[in-house]
Design a protein around this ligand. Structure first.
Ligand code: PMV
Length: 319
C-alpha cells in the first residue's frame, strides 16, 4: 500500500457506517457476529497539500487524529497530502464512523500489484487497530464489504480472512431477506476501547467462558433468524443478546430508556456497538416503523430508519 497521488489529482471514496445486530464484544474473543452496513456514509478525499499533511485544511487536526496517524505510521510517506472528510455518521456513537473513515482511507491507498480486495479490509483493520489498540475487524470489514456480513461464522459466502499476529477472523457475506431496522443515537458518547477493556476484564472471571458460549449461541440463533426472514425470532434473539450485554456491564441508563420507549412497538431491540452509551438498534413490529422512529425522537434520540443496507466502500469519481 502507498499514498501515491497520481498526477496530483484529487481522489475520493465513500464508506458506510455499520450497526451490529448480534455478537459485539464476544467477536473480540473469537465469537460469531452479524453486522449490517448502514446507508449513512463517511467521505474521504486525498489531494496534494501546500503545507505537509492536513485534515480538513488543518495540520494540527491531522497530527491529532489517531486514525490518520495510525495509517501514516503503517505507511510512512514524504508526500504532502490534504485529507478531507465529511460524515453522515455521528462520532463515538457505536455506528462505525471511525471504521468508515479507516475503510475510506484504506480504499484510497494504492495496493501493490500482488494485493487483492482483501488487502483493503486488512489495511482498514490495521489502521483502526493501530489507533484503538483493541478490537476486532468486524466494523471495518462491514464498511469495506457493505450489505450484511458475518464474522467467525460458517454462514455466508466467504469474503476474506483478517489477521492480527496469529489471530484470524473469517468474514462472509450474507444474502438475506430485507429486515427493516431503526438505529438511534442516544447522544451519550463513549470510548470503544474503554468498553472493550472492561468487557475483557469481565470475561476473564471464572464464568467468562460460559458467558462467551451464551453470546455465541444467541448470535447463531440471530443469524439463522435473519436468514429465514423471521422478524419475531430475530427480535427474541435481540432481547436475549441485550440481557447478556447488561450482564457484562455495557448497558447505560439512557440506552435502557430508549429500549423501554420502543418496547410495545418492537419485535426486539438492543444496544449496538460497544455500549456504555452510543446507540440502539430496533426491529419494529409490522407497520410500526414510523411509531418507533417517533418514540425514539420523543425520548431525545436521533433515529434513522434503515431500509436497504449500505453499499461497501468504493472510490468515487470526482465531480
Ligand atoms: O462501538 P463501535 O462502533 O466501536 O463497535 C465496537 C464493537 C466491539 O465488538 C465492541 C469491538 C470490536 O472491535 O469488535
Amino acid at each position: 500500500m502507498t499514498w501515491a497521488i497520481a498526477g496530483g489529482t484529487r481522489r475520493s471514496a465513500r464508506a458506510p457506517g455499520k450497526c451490529i445486530l448480534f455478537g459485539e464484544h464476544s467477536v473480540v474473543h473469537g465469537g460469531p457476529e452479524l453486522l449490517l452496513a448502514l446507508d449513512l456514509d463517511v467521505e474521504v478525499s486525498l489531494s496534494r497539500s501546500a503545507e505537509g499533511i492536513t485534515l480538513n485544511g488543518n495540520p494540527t487536526t491531522a497530527s491529532e487524529n489517531p486514525y490518520l496517524q495510525s495509517a501514516l505510521v503503517r505507511w510512512p510517506t514524504r508526500e504532502r497530502i490534504a485529507v478531507r472528510t465529511t460524515s453522515q455518521v455521528p462520532r463515538s456513537a457505536g455506528l462505525g464512523s471511525s471504521a468508515a473513515f479507516c475503510s475510506g482511507l484504506a480504499t484510497l491507498l494504492r495496493p501493490s500489484p500482488t494485493e487483492g480486495p482483501a488487502s483493503v479490509a486488512q489495511a482498514a483493520f490495521e489502521i483502526e487497530r493501530g489507533a484503538q489498540g483493541v478490537g476486532s475487524p468486524g466494523d471495518t470489514s462491514a464498511s469495506v464489504a457493505g450489505g450484511l456480513i458475518t464474522v467467525n461464522s460458517e454462514v455466508g459466502e466467504s469474503l476474506w480472512t483478517v489477521a492480527d499476529g496469529d489471530r484470524r477472523w473469517t468474514v462472509r457475506q450474507l444474502a438475506a431477506p430485507p429486515l427493516p431496522v431503526v438505529v438511534a443515537y442516544s447522544g451519550v458518547p463513549r470510548s470503544t476501547a474503554d468498553a472493550v477493556r472492561a468487557v475483557g476484564r469481565r470475561l476473564a472471571q471464572p464464568d467468562g467462558p460460559a458467558l462467551l458460549e451464551s453470546f455465541a449461541d444467541v448470535t447463531r440463533e440471530g443469524i439463522d433468524a435473519v436468514r429465514g426472514g423471521d422478524a419475531a425470532r430475530v427480535g427474541r434473539a435481540m432481547k436475549r443478546n441485550q440481557q447478556l450485554l447488561r450482564d457484562v456491564g455495557v448497558s447505560h441508563p439512557r440506552l435502557e430508556e430508549l429500549l423501554t420507549a420502543v418496547e410495545p412497538h418492537a419485535e426486539g431491540a438492543k444496544l449496538t456497538g460497544a455500549g456504555l452509551g452510543g446507540s440502539v438498534v430496533v426491529v419494529p413490529r409490522p407497520g410500526e416503523l414510523e411509531t418507533v422512529v417517533k418514540r425514539l425522537a420523543r425520548a431525545g434520540a436521533v433515529a434513522w430508519a434503515i431500509g436497504s443496507p449500505g453499499r461497501g466502500a468504493a472510490v468515487r469519481p470526482d465531480p
